[in-house]
Design a protein around this ligand. Structure first.
Ligand code: GLN
Length: 273
């Protein structure tokens, strides 16, 4: 079989919306060439040995990003493993909001940093420095690897901490920007198998309404914000009202930000003093 024939067969077998693209990306990975190179020069080559096992993993619903070990976010390439949530295009909304509302922040905090995508993107865009927090040591080593890969090893620090534990933030000081994509999925939400079976549950689920982590974090964040600081939280598209109410009860002024599809995706908060 040729590369071209195998891609066509794989796309059919995958029978998902992006099946053709997934098949091409996996094939290019097996060939060790870029996708555009493959499409231009390698479609009549014999299928490389590695392709079958990559396809098998995708057929078992494993996300392409975990199979390849990396994912693009805001124009940069991030290492990902199953220890971290795969950075999503939706979350780029938070970067856009941060660059608009707090372009000159010098000290940034990213609670629940995972791969480090939010923190490291802001640092790379601006030259600020910051701290990423996560409850998972495995996630933090992915974030650290990403910091080094992006040449941000001296700008980013990572600390292991659980925000459900009293006092986790006591010695961190103040921040002029806090970027946070906490878990916010309802425990019983019908998720795609590629998400539910593969991505870390601790990064996704937040109780019956998906609000548990906002409830814990909102009051704590208020103590960590510098005068005139901005906090930006990712939210689920149906969580505008409850999360806005939580934030207002903690004394924040709240503004809504939409993703490229026009869905509510982030709330930016400033303390009214
Ligand atoms: N947007 C993610 C999803 O639904 C959820 C991310 C999160 O809980 N922080 O796949």
């Amino acid at each position: 079989m040729t590369v071209g024939e195998a891609i066509r067969a794989a796309a059919e077998a995958l029978a998902v919306e992006w099946g053709r693209l997934d098949a091409e990306v996996l094939m290019a990975h097996a060939l060790g060439v870029s996708r555009s190179d493959m499409l231009l020069r390698h479609m009549r080559d014999p299928v490389p040995d590695g392709f079958a096992s990559l396809l098998e993993r995708r057929l078992a619903h494993e996300p392409v990003a975990y199979i390849l070990g990396h994912q693009e976010f805001y124009g940069r390439d991030f290492i990902v493993t199953p220890d971290v949530l795969i950075p999503r295009g939706d979350s780029e909304t938070l970067i856009g909001a941060a660059l608009e509302l707090a372009p000159d922040a010098t000290r940034v905090l990213d609670p629940g940093t995972g791969s480090g995508a939010l923190l490291l993107t802001y640092l790379a865009e601006t030259g600020a420095s910051g701290i990423g927090i996560d409850a998972s040591a495995a996630a933090l080593s992915v974030a650290q690897a990403n910091a080094e890969k992006l040449g941000l090893g001296d700008k980013a620090q990572f600390h292991e901490a659980e925000w459900s534990r009293e006092g986790w933030a006591d010695d961190l000081g103040k921040f002029d920007l806090i970027l946070c994509n906490p878990p916010y999925v309802e425990d019983a939400a019908p998720l795609d198998r590629s998400v539910r079976d593969y991505e870390p549950a601790s990064a996704l689920f937040a109780g019956p309404e998906g609000l548990a982590d906002y409830r814990v974090l909102m009051p704590q964040i208020a103590k960590l914000l510098a005068e005139n600081g901005t906090a930006i939280f990712e939210i689920g598209s149906k969580q505008v009202d409850p999360v806005t109410r939580l934030a207002e009860n903690c004394g924040y002024r709240v503004r809504l930000h939409r993703d490229l599809a026009g869905r509510p995706r982030a709330l930016s908060l400033k303390l009214q003093r």
